[in-house]
Design a protein around this ligand. Structure first.
Ligand code: SAH
Length: 242
């Protein structure tokens, strides 16, 4: 699984011209070799240039984060339904937000909206520690178990209202919100370290949303509006059921 990334970035050119049947001679069938190769190439083609981000996406088996009925679509570039009426984000958007976040190995990262745990797993490959908050207990429990069974032991999943962040563990070097906010959550900005970056989908729940990148400086907050997206809503409060 891990070898794919090196085949794409490291071996470029060398195998060119060889027959299609010879490109992945020793890839075990269970590895979805060609599909995953296409997945990584697609991300590169769409502009994901960071080798660290591509390696992180190569490391995390997305098929383990989708519902059993959707494993065949795990490497298609699309969001998929998960429990509680939520979605696992589209891989390109995960890669894009992760690249924009510019995570460094010493960073502590806060994620709002654990969902399947996929984005948290990708971040865990790049950061020192990830704290992820989810308002649905069911989703948090499934994600917690899944992340532990896959060995992502630098991720902590917490049930709570992510709009309030997780002040006990603040400040964070990076904050990523994976549900659409209608206004910038000020409490999250308060928990961001000076020099830190926060990235979130911003816009009306059923309208035009954009990824927004906020950089906290000692003089204030700089804002950059990035690509158009469609996310499930950031809702206030812990979910009452589930
Ligand atoms: N990052 C996820 C995608 C999650 S979809 C993944 O990789 O799979 C957005 C998630 O945000 C949903 O699970 C939703 O329940 C959660 N969410 C929405 N509002 C929230 C809030 N106020 N606090 C915490 N989680 C919230």
């Amino acid at each position: 699984m891990v070898g794919l990334f090196r085949r794409i970035l490291g071996g470029a050119g060398k195998d060119e011209g060889s027959g299609a049947g010879e490109t992945l001679p020793s890839m075990p069938q269970s590895d979805n070799g060609e599909e995953r190769m296409g997945f990584l190439l697609g991300l590169r083609r769409r502009g994901i240039g960071s080798a660290d981000v591509l390696r992180a996406l190569d490391d995390v088996p997305r098929e383990k984060f989708v519902e059993a009925d959707f494993t065949e679509a795990a490497y298609a570039d699309q969001a998929l339904p998960i429990a509680c009426g939520q979605t696992i984000s589209q891989p390109f958007v995960v890669a894009y937000m992760t690249e924009q976040l510019d995570v460094q190995p010493e960073h502590r990262v806060l994620e709002i909206g654990t969902g399947s745990g996929y984005q948290a797993a990708v971040l865990s490959r790049l950061a020192q520690e990830v704290v992820s908050v989810e308002r649905f207990r069911t989703l948090a429990e499934i994600a917690r178990r899944r992340l532990a069974s896959l060995g992502y032991d630098n991720v902590t999943v917490v049930v709570g209202d992510g709009v309030n962040g997780m002040p006990d563990r603040a400040p964070y070097d990076r904050i990523i919100v994976t549900a659409a906010a209608e206004t910038i959550p000020e409490e999250l900005l308060d928990q961001l370290a000076v020099g830190g970056v926060m990235i979130l989908p911003l816009g009306p729940h059923n309208g035009a949303q954009r990824i927004v990148k906020l950089t906290k400086t000692k003089d204030g907050v700089e804002r950059e509006d990035l690509i158009a997206v469609r996310f499930v809503p950031l809702l206030p409060g812990k979910a009452r059921e589930l």
